[in-house]
Design a protein around this ligand. Structure first.
Ligand SMILES: [Zn+2]
Length: 404
């Protein structure tokens, strides 16, 4: 499966003059490619019309065969050294021509591509060599001794991006034909094509030490993430649906008590007591059903992601009142998870709750100020800016401070 990622990059060179000339090299190469593309398409089209638009004719086939890197139309264009633009151009033009045919070129419903000056500069995948620098930055060595540095940013997407680039450096993912372009802010963008191997089957074959961290939070009753592939995450339920339900129950319960106070005795009182009992049962069942729903989803998620362990937070009693789920339902939820995980062959571990909301899951920095507001985590040190529950769930997944 091929997937595309856009990555902001800069040329990694401390010398102003060299850096300037390297950016110019890219712009010149883009311009040369643009000339080559339009000339090549024009050349292909001339053969198409010369052979009466008959793509099956011998004349057209022979004409197509002449479209190679040594075609005369390329002779006076100065292509970027080492980029292999001519091969990219001829392939691209042939592909765009056949697309135009499919879309009605012969009928006159389409014209062929007119390439713009800003057309991204195509580059072979093997010319992009990824590695880590001395400070763990991601470097990309390209042609003509040009080195790029990836700017991955601080959003939740950057965690996924860093992970993807890590897989490329490890050799798990291969890089395909990619391209370079400038965005509206004149920043250099690498449009990276990555071949990701297909994962097949739903079989549970746990990856050693892979752990699912489960955080019980405010905005989401459950937020979970993996310890190793940290961009894999999922939230379950919402505060609103749970809180709304709880409020409704609370109001109903208070109403029932009030009614009970108004009747002194006899059959009336008996009926009211019965109604109250039935209601309490219903309330209990709601929590039960909700826990069942959550625990099932959690364990299924752990199976799907081949987790060997599920980590849960051990919460001390002083923290309990902050929990949406309340004391006994939270306890019940944990028991439900334990039960279902055991059936699936997944081990449940409890970890210390300290710092899980203050630690940065990317750089490990622990600071009280790191968490600015309930829903947001912003790291003072590295700038990571993600959902607070998401950050906590990664910390829980990565924690090794186990509690019996
Ligand atoms: Zn950080």
């Amino acid at each position: 499966m091929n997937t595309v990622r856009k990555i902001k990059i800069i040329i990694n060179n401390g010398d102003d003059e060299i850096r300037k000339s390297q950016y110019q090299f890219i712009r010149n190469a883009m311009y040369a490619q643009y000339q080559g593309l339009n000339r090549c398409m024009g050349y292909l089209m001339s053969g198409y019309y010369a052979n009466n638009m008959d793509i099956k004719s011998q004349g057209f086939k022979d004409h197509q065969k002449t479209i190679t890197n040594s075609l005369y139309i390329f002779n006076d264009i100065e292509f970027g050294k080492g980029i292999d633009s001519k091969s990219s151009i001829t392939q691209k033009v042939k592909k765009d021509f056949s697309t135009a045919l499919k879309n009605g070129l012969a009928k006159g419903e389409r014209t062929v591509t007119n390439y713009k000056r800003s057309f991204p500069l195509m580059t072979r995948g093997r010319d992009l060599k990824f590695s880590y620098g001395d400070n763990d930055e991601i470097l990309i060595n390209w042609v003509n001794k040009i080195q790029f540095k990836a700017i991955t940013g601080n959003s939740k997407n950057s965690i996924e991006l860093e992970h993807t680039l890590h897989k490329i450096i490890n050799g798990d993912y291969k890089v395909g034909q990619s391209s370079l372009t400038f965005n509206k802010k004149n920043e250099l963008i690498l449009i990276l094509t990555i071949a990701i191997p297909e994962v097949k089957g739903d079989e549970y074959k746990p990856v050693a030490n892979r752990t699912l961290g489960v955080d019980l939070g405010l905005a989401f009753p459950v937020y979970m993430a993996l310890n190793d592939i940290t961009y894999i995450r999922k939230s379950l339920g919402s505060y609103n649906e749970f809180a709304k339900q709880k409020l409704q129950y609370k109001a109903r319960r208070e109403r029932l008590y009030k009614q009970l106070d108004s009747v002194k005795g006899g059959k009336g009182r008996k009926d009211k007591l019965k109604a109250l009992d039935q209601f309490k049962e219903k309330e209990k069942n709601f929590a039960k059903t909700y826990n069942h729903f959550l625990s099932k989803k959690i364990v299924l998620f752990a199976i799907k992601n081949q987790c060997e362990y599920i980590n849960l937070e051990k919460i001390d009693s002083s923290g309990l009142e902050n929990r949406v789920l309340g004391l006994w339902t939270y306890y019940d939820l944990q028991k439900d998870i334990e039960y279902k995980a055991k059936l699936a062959g997944i081990k449940v571990r409890y970890v210390k709750a300290a710092y899980t909301s203050q630690r940065c899951s990317r750089c490990g920095d622990i600071e009280k100020e790191n968490r600015q507001e309930q829903s947001k985590f912003v790291c003072k040190k590295c700038g990571l800016d993600i959902n607070a529950d998401y950050n906590a769930s990664i910390n829980i997944a990565q924690s090794t401070e186990f509690i019996k």
